[in-house]
Design a protein around this ligand. Structure first.
Ligand code: MOS
Length: 729
């Protein structure tokens, strides 16, 4: 189904099932421990051996020698995979450094060997006997030191051009009566998902199956095939449950590749889970940024000039964190400049994490907006409202498909009791607590990407959906079931959803908050085709058939769908594809975050007291799972604001706090009260679902709202995340 004109009324608009708060259909399996994750495929592969990954002990250099004799002689050892034993490997499209290193070492904990043994303990014990001597080379580990050598990266489909210029920024900024010029920093961060990267690989002849934990099945199939030099048709990836991805599982990593190589060498299935330290240093992370923001405005608070320049680092050939891109779009102003620069660093690979680009970008921009509001003596809500735009400010002929940022801000201010906030900082005290409130805009783009599905109607009247879409804890199973139920006019319990298998049609996958809108639109397209098949079997035009309560009403008596399907059933496959609507319209999601904090006047301890997010993100397919997405994102935003940082050893080039004890994330006790409001909205430009993404929206801006609340409480402006108490004293 080609979607190239705005959506008109369609069966989804009935909203009998879509738009209703609906429990997760995968919830019982997950909460009872019966959902089987990647490492838990005992019934399919009872004879799997265990692999233990050996990570490089240096960040940059070469393996001078590797002695495997003691490890090979250890009990239970079946194979040891190294770059030498594996032979030449190709490189996938989605990893920067090789997933199996040696003799060159590109980064600390790059995998250099996999020890395969009968038991987990034997593999782990034998791995300690692998003796490696390295020749260490100097590496570049410090972004601030490499800033001067940073370059404009190549444009990418996701990031667009590295630099944009509109009007005369320098002239307008110099002439502006009120100016801000400030630099903000965000640290390296780790996804810190609960389930580590894990895979079981099995060869049957030249066919490879990998049960893995992955967000983007088709990307993974492509990369495994390319790396091993085998046809894509010989690779099957299965990932029905993912215990957290956050961008860290967009791509196959060393666990999948090494399990496949280990299984080939050992001649039996092999399972590999990355040890927690390897999750931090072997896989990807969100790279640190340095961001300079300049804003010039008139005395009445109209932005005349805005510039955002961002620096980040990555391995040679890697990518930039595009922290400036939202500044191209969010606020009005005739004179603009944005630049992304990329330095070469010899750290583990930097890549997508929890709203890559916008999340760290908004951490800086939305403090800058708060600082500017203070300089202008304007309420920060009012300053943002005054600089709203309904068009792309770099391309004014391009309107937004929907943009209700102002309504989000106003609704939130009202509901949060914003007027009780003292405009000047450090005014409100409750006992030992200094109390403050902060606001920030939320912004995240809505991406359109094609997505397909297969639907079957059987003789029981059950609709089965198959698509390689993943559910990374986001609720995909549920919204897809709701979509198929609504489109086919059946109840939710008459729908079965099968996800995460490359044997199924290729979907949008889970990333960049594009999963919900695109994957359900693909299921919608397949259901429309199934309705055509039903109508044709009854000899009526599709438009004359109504689907409701498990029956199809055409001419004459309603017929049960089960009966139409008959013994052989009916199958349809289709997908959604997009024209150029997203070129004509800018599609984004908007929100406003409000936060109240208390700061201990003596110790500087910061406690978040309450939070509110107001979101405008198209049709909300399932308010219950959407709310879960947003409160989860807000929680991660508190992590970003107050806790999360990989501690970088700049001498040796690795992340020191490589476990969940040293890498701090918020726990329930840190998050006392959260509210989420969704504005009623449908976006006919986004898809037939009229929905957009919402998960990552909740993550964008929230950290700055916390930072601004800390400033309001204390009068201390911290521009260097995370805001730990030492920075307040
Ligand atoms: Mo998301 S960081 O694009 O999985």
């Amino acid at each position: 189904m080609k979607f190239d004109t705005p959506a008109t009324t369609n069966p989804i608009d009935q909203l009998k099932i879509i738009g209703k708060p609906t429990d997760r259909i995968d919830g019982p399996a997950k909460t009872t421990g019966t959902a089987r994750y990647a490492y838990e495929r005992h019934s399919e592969v009872p004879d799997a051996a265990y692999g233990w990954v050996v990570g490089a002990g240096i960040a940059k250099g070469r393996i001078a020698s590797m002695d495997l004799s003691a490890a090979r002689a250890a009990p239970g050892v079946r194979a040891i995979v190294t770059a030498r034993s594996a032979g030449p490997l190709g490189k996938g499209d989605f990893n920067t450094a090789k997933l199996l290193g040696g003799p060159e070492i590109d980064h600390y904990h790059q995998a250099v060997a996999l020890v395969v043994a009968d038991t987990f303990e034997q593999a782990r014990a034998a791995a300690q006997l692998v003796r490696i001597d390295y020749t260490r080379l100097p590496g570049r580990f410090d972004l601030a030191a490499e800033m001067g050598a940073a370059k404009l990266p190549e444009p990418t489909p996701f990031a667009g051009p590295p630099e944009t210029k509109t009007g005369d920024f320098a002239g307008a900024f110099a002439a502006a009566p009120v100016q801000l010029d400030a630099t903000y920093t965000t640290p390296d961060e780790s996804h810190a998902m609960m389930e580590p990267h894990a895979s079981i690989a099995q060869w049957q002849g030249d066919k490879l199956t990998i049960w893995t934990s992955n967000q983007m099945i088709a990307w993974g199939v492509g990369d495994v095939a390319k790396t091993l030099g085998i046809p894509k048709a010989n690779v099957r990836l299965v990932s029905p449950f993912v215990g957290g991805g956050f961008g860290g599982k967009l791509f196959v990593r060393a666990d999948a590749l090494l399990a496949a190589l280990g299984a080939r060498e050992a001649g039996r299935p092999v399972k590999v889970a990355l040890q927690r330290p390897l999750v931090m240093n072997n896989t990807t992370h969100r790279p640190a940024t340095i961001q300079r923001i300049r804003i010039g405005a008139t005395r009445d608070g109209r932005i005349t000039a805005i510039a955002h320049e961002g620096w980040s680092g990555d391995l040679p050939g890697g990518q930039a964190e595009t922290a400036v891109n939202q500044t191209r779009l969010l606020y009005a102003g005739a004179n603009r400049l944005t630049t992304t620069r990329l330095a070469v660093l010899d750290l583990p690979e930097g890549n997508a994490m929890r709203a890559p680009g916008e999340a760290p970008g908004m951490m800086a921009l939305e403090i800058a907006m708060d600082e500017m509001a203070h300089k202008l003596g304007l309420d920060p809500v009012e300053f943002r409202v005054r600089n709203d735009t309904q068009v792309d400010p770099e391309q004014p002929q391009r309107p937004y498909s929907q943009r209700r940022l102002v309504e989000c801000l106003r609704t939130g201010a009202e509901r949060f009791g914003w007027r009780q906030r003292p405009p000047a900082p450090a005014q409100l005290r409750e006992g030992r607590w200094l109390v403050g409130m902060g606001v920030a805009a939320a912004f995240r783009n809505n991406l359109l990407t094609k997505s397909a599905a297969r639907v079957r109607l059987d003789s029981r009247g059950v609709v089965t959906v198959e698509t390689d879409m993943t559910d990374i804890g986001t609720g995909s199973y549920t919204i897809i079931a709701q979509t198929a139920a609504e489109a086919m006019g059946v109840s939710l319990d008459k729908v079965q959803v099968r996800l995460g298998d490359s044997a199924y049609p290729v979907s949008a996958g889970s990333g960049g908050q594009w999963g919900a809108n695109n994957s359900t639109a693909g299921v919608y397209a397949a259901c429309m085709k199934l309705r055509e098949a039903v109508a044709s079997k009854l000899g009526v035009a599709p438009a004359d058939a109504q689907f409701t309560n498990g029956m199809v009403h055409a001419s004459g008596r309603p017929v049960p769908l089960a009966q139409v399907a008959g013994a052989s059933g009916l199958v349809a496959e289709d997908g959604i594809e997009y024209g150029d609507l997203d070129k004509k319209y800018q599609q984004s999601t908007f929100g406003a975050h409000f936060v109240e904090v208390g700061v201990d006047a003596v110790t500087g301890e910061i406690r978040v007291r309450r939070m509110l997010a107001v979101c405008a993100a198209g049709r909300i397919l399932n308010p219950k799972s959407a709310r879960s997405q947003v409160i989860g994102a807000m929680t991660m935003g508190v992590g970003g604001a107050l806790m999360e940082a990989l501690a970088l050893d700049k001498r040796h080039g690795f992340f020191v706090n490589h476990d969940l004890a040293g890498y701090e994330v918020p726990v329930h006790a840190d998050i006392p009260h959260q509210d989420v409001i969704f504005l009623e909205e449908t976006d006919p430009i986004s898809s037939p679902m009229k929905a957009k993404g919402v998960g990552e929206l909740g993550m964008c801006g929230i950290a700055a709202a916390v930072a601004n609340a800390v400033y309001n409480a204390t009068g201390v402006r911290v521009r260097d995340y995370p805001i730990t108490l030492d920075k307040l004293l």
